[in-house]
Design a protein around this ligand. Structure first.
Ligand code: COA
Length: 385
């Protein structure tokens, strides 16, 4: 056999290109080469399989925000309606809120664009890489067309598709759920979720029961795939249509299109039965937060941060108490911004970003008109520097 020399043509695949080489070799050399290729092939296949089997989770990789400069303080409100700083502070925890004033004539898109641009700069990405822009808002620039589409174009996300999502104060939480699902499906790699509301455009500043609560603002997060098991872990989202009577804008939709009468009756402003909303918010936000802890075997020691919708300090305290959390673990900025509806959750992340550590367990909780509510468990994916 040794004396037999054979001419062999070997096809080799090196770095994706086919090379044809001509050699004179012995038979046992052929077997050895064949063996080598076979084991190399099996090893590569196993590696590819292992990579494909790695579970992709959806993680937040950047946060951005924008707040208008004008501060509407409790003291100023005292001059506008029959109220007091003491009443507002003890009943809600709010001291001031931001109002989009200086930039007159601008809508919610103005806030959303600023927040998205801030995020893009911080993350250092080219907006062309963004696959999708989701705008959580209860105050779109106009009913048609979707504000998200305008925002996506203005920030240069030319490859993205975009749409609005409306679930009142739970919009951003639901938006995070949507973004996480898209990322985990493997279909998209960069999903931008913006929460923005110009609440001052739908508030009656002669109604002391609502004008003391709401403010304008915007926050944004970027969701990307993570292979370390960080990011989205679990969610528990709920809704109940019986709630729509208690928190609504009655006119301007298909049910009651605008007329001189609806304008005269102030039916284009937010109406709220505060007591009923308060009752449902307290029990439901606490329930879902406790449920998400129980379902994931999380004790109060395991939870590093509660990220609660900023509707009322008393609702937040009740949720934290039910979870058994110390005050220091509860993110709170309601005293400075009031209730910014879709923007409260990303604004909390923005304000607390530097204190968050990779691997921290975060529980998000929200409640809003509709009613809509829910909780989400997420592992933080980066250390801000
Ligand atoms: N200043 C002074 N007094 C006020 C007032 C104000 N801004 N707003 C209401 N009042 C009065 C009421 O007229 C009432 O007076 P009365 O007893 O003479 O009738 C009294 O204060 C108590 O009103 P009530 O509505 O029972 O107060 P409250 O303790 O429930 O607090 C809210 C009102 C709105 C702060 C509270 O109900 C709340 O936060 N609700 C939930 C709001 C919310 O979360 N909305 C967003 C959902 S995401």
């Amino acid at each position: 056999m040794d004396s037999h020399i054979v001419r062999v043509f070997l096809c080799r695949q090196i770095s994706g290109t086919i090379k044809l080489s001509s050699h004179f070799v012995h038979f046992d050399e052929i077997f050895s080469i064949f063996n080598h290729f076979l084991s190399d092939f099996i090893e590569k296949r196993t590696k590819i399989k292992a990579v494909n089997m790695t579970k992709i989770t959806a993680a937040i990789t950047a946060v951005g925000a924008y707040l208008p400069k004008y501060k509407l303080t409790n003291q100023v409100l005292e001059t506008m309606v029959d109220t007091s700083d003491e009443w507002i502070t003890t009943r809600t925890g709010i001291k001031e809120r931001r109002i989009l004033k200086e930039e007159e004539g601008q809508g919610t898109s103005y806030l959303a664009i600023k927040a998205a641009e801030d995020l893009i700069k911080k993350r250092g990405i080219d907006p062309i890489e963004i696959d999708m822009v989701l705008l959580a808002t209860a105050t779109p620039d106009m009913p048609v067309a979707a504000t998200a589409v305008f925002v996506a174009s203005r920030i240069g996300a030319a490859n993205a598709f975009a749409y609005d999502l409306q679930a009142a104060c739970s919009s951003f939480l639901y938006g995070m759920s949507t973004a996480a699902s898209y990322i985990e499906s493997g279909r998209y790699k960069k999903v931008l979720v913006i929460g923005a509301d110009k609440m001052s455009s739908i508030i009656d500043y002669t109604d002391r029961t609502t004008c003391i609560i709401f403010g304008d603002g915007a926050g944004a997060v970027l969701f990307e795939p993570n292979e370390e098991g960080l990011g989205f872990q679990d969610e528990y989202l709920r809704s109940d249509g019986q709630g729509r009577e208690f928190l609504k804008i009655e006119a301007g939709g298909s049910l009651l299109p605008p007329t001189e009468e609806t304008v005269g009756n102030k039916q284009h402003f937010v109406f709220q039965d505060g007591k009923t909303v308060f009752k449902f918010a307290v029990s439901n936000m606490a329930d879902v937060s406790a449920k998400i802890m129980e379902r994931n075997n999380l004790t109060d020691k395991d939870v590093h941060w509660l990220v609660p919708h900023q509707a009322n300090k008393r609702i937040i305290d009740a949720t934290a108490n039910r979870m058994g959390l110390d005050h220091e673990k509860v993110m709170m900025n309601i005293e400075r911004y009031g209730n910014t509806t879709s923007a409260t959750l990303p604004l909390l992340l923005y304000d607390y970003e530097r204190r968050l550590k990779k691997g921290d367990n975060l529980v998000f909780a929200a409640f809003g008109g509709g009613f809509t509510w829910g909780a989400m468990y997420l592992k933080w994916a980066y250390d801000a520097n």
